[in-house]
Structures are given as C-alpha cells and as structure tokens.
Design a protein around this ligand. Sequence first.
Ligand code: ATP
Ligand code: MG
Length: 395
Amino acid sequence: MRLRQAAIVHYHEVSLKRGNRPLFLRHLARNIERATSDAGPVRLRQLSGRIEVDLDRNGAPELVRDRIARVCGVASVALAFRVPSTVEEMKDVIGQLLEGRRFASFRISARRAFKTYPLTSVELNRELGSFVVERTGARVDLHGAELEIHVEVLPAETFVYVNRVAGPGGLPVGASGTVAALLSGGIDSPVAAWRMIKRGCRVVLVHFHSVPYLPDISQAKAKALAERLTEWQYRSRLFLVPFGEIQREIVLSVPGPARVVVYRRMMIRIAEAIARSVGAHALVTGESLGQVASQTLENLARIDEAATMPVFRPLIGTDKLEITGEAQRLGTFEISIEPDADCCTLFTPRHPATRMSHEAVQKVEANLDVPRLVAMGTSGATLATFAFPKEDGTD
Ligand code: ATP
Ligand code: MG
C-alpha cells in the first residue's frame, strides 16, 4: 500500500486568540504557503487545532517540513502518514514506520481531536502499544522513550508520525502590524528585529551609514543581515540612510561627550519619519541596559524623548551571552562579527557622557537645525528590497 503523506502543523499561541483566531490562522496559512512556495505543490487544510499540508503530489516533503519549521507561529511540524481511522490501519502504518528502526523503548501518544471516536486515547495507547511490543520487543517508557509514536485521530482520517520538529513559536508575521527597526551591522539589532518578527510584526529595516566618510562595508553587512531576516518574514524593505554629513554637522556644534546620545536621537527622528511613511507604529532598537555608555537609564530616556512613537527594546533585559547565542542560532552572528567601522565610532570621543540630563541635551541640540538634518537623512535614503524564497528578478 502506498502511504499518503502530509505535514501536520501545530500552533499554540495562535489558538489562544479567541476572537481573532480566524485572522491569525489566515496569516499563518498564508505564511506557510509563502515559505514553501518553491518547494513543490502543497495544499493546506485547516483541521481542528492544526493545519494539514497535503503532500500527495509533492516531491520534497523534507524541504517543506524544514521550511514550515521556521514559520513564526508554528509550535511543531511533522511529516505524517494519513490512514483511515481504524485500529487495523493504524497498526499497519505503524508496522511500516518501524521497519528498519532500532529502539529499546517507546511510547504511543494518541490524541483524539473528536471525542466520539469509539476508543479513548488511553485505550488506543494500550492497543497500539502492545502491537509495537509484540513486533519489536521494545519496552514502553512514558518519560524517556527513545521513540515517540504520535497518533492523531481526526474525524476524516488519522495521522501517524514519529519525528516532530519544533517551530519557533510566537505569532505569524503580519498579525501584529508593522514596526521599523534600527539595524546596525552589530550583533544586537538583528536579534532585536527578529524578536519582533517572532511576535508577528512585519519589520521594516533602517540602516545608517557613513559613506563617503567611511568605507561601504556597513551597507553590505546590513544587506546580508536583511537577507537573513527575510527568511523569517518573506519580504523586507531596508532603508539605507546617509548619516556621515549629519554627523559632521553634529561634530561642529556638539561637545564630544554628548555626541553619541545626539547621534542616536537623530537616528530615532529619521527612523520615525521613515516609519511613518511606511505605516509602522513603533521603533525597535537592539539596546540592552548598561551594555555601553549610550545605554544607561538616563541616556535611554534622552533617546526616547526624541521619539513620539513607542521605542521597543526587546533585548533590554538580555545579556550579551544570551544575545550572542540567539544570533548564532539565527545565522546573523557570522555576518555581524565581520570587521567594520561603525558609523558611531566616527567622530566619537573615547569617554561619552553616561548620564545626560534632559536640559543638557536641549542645550547641546540648540545650535542644530534638527528638521533640516532629518530631511537630509530621509531624502537621501535609498531602498533595497528582499524576498524569500527568492523570486524571479530579485536578488
Ligand atoms: P548593535 O550590536 O545592534 O550594533 P550595540 O551594542 O553596538 O548594538 P549601540 O552602538 O549603542 O549598541 O547601538 C544601539 C542601537 O542603536 C543598535 O542596537 C541599533 O538598533 C541602533 N543603531 C546603532 N547604530 C546604528 C546604525 N548605524 N544604523 C542603524 N541603527 C543603529
Ligand atoms: Mg553597534
């Protein structure tokens, strides 16, 4: 008998969204379709509490599974075999699944998605469990089993699978609206942007570079990072803002120790103008409390005062080791550690002020033509777009 395959997708948080559930599920389904759009034909079906991705005519089920395992909102995904919901058929497919596998202990994890099925899940576990014991001599172990055999009984059919891959969890991209993230070439900001993607945001990226005052490395890094992040949100826009001239003007009227905070405030204002133009409702930075001089409570407060939108800092309570681990898992770390001259090291003194007061900032900014500098940044910005999976005509 040819076994019919499907990917079974479980979600958790999405299912908590009561009134919004249909909308969230539509986002999730659409994102699964996008993520697998170059992986052969798939057909999605919403079943109770899960999504079935029919792979009957698909030649690359593993690729489909691996793509789905990176869709935000997905709790887990497994390649499952579909059988009619009789115990005999279940045993038959389990028998085939076990061929060639060696394991000393196992468990059956049966679930019924509808409670009128004649056997309870406990009865199913027993019945199928004794079948496996007879076949293999392996022992049942409910807690540390080497092999877990999942059996999900739905009204129309049953899904049987052994390997379940964990997804990222979170919420489907698009479900939470748009934010604009300030993306440097560093380790932190890509992780911060990703955390917002994982909360269902579409993240527009804004990078400030100092060409022609510094070599053009930071833009290349920002693009490489944007490309990585696009794997999680399918389409990205990256605004590249010329900041060198703005910094030069700041240097002329702002004393050394105050410059870092003033640079950040200018970045925030420009990013906010861009955010507004793309319909974003908040800004995101990679700041983490106390990590560097510009990230003290006082200085963060000064940076916030330059914004009218909320400024989110998903890494505020995260230490560098945790952030680095996350960047490694994301694949952004290798790009971030490429040597680069950060635009903020340009014209920056070695001892920046760590606790700037509101009055001190007002005073040093009094000689700056802020609206003109913001306009300079926004009008000089260029846009790069990214797509994943790659589409014809994009790179
Ligand atoms: P990162 O690792 O993200 O660069 P950092 O630890 O170097 O952060 P800062 O240099 O103080 O910290 O930057 C704080 C935040 O300001 C960054 O996380 C980022 O969101 C934003 N930022 C800094 N420089 C730039 C830049 N050139 N372009 C865009 N955003 C920037
Ligand atoms: Mg940095």
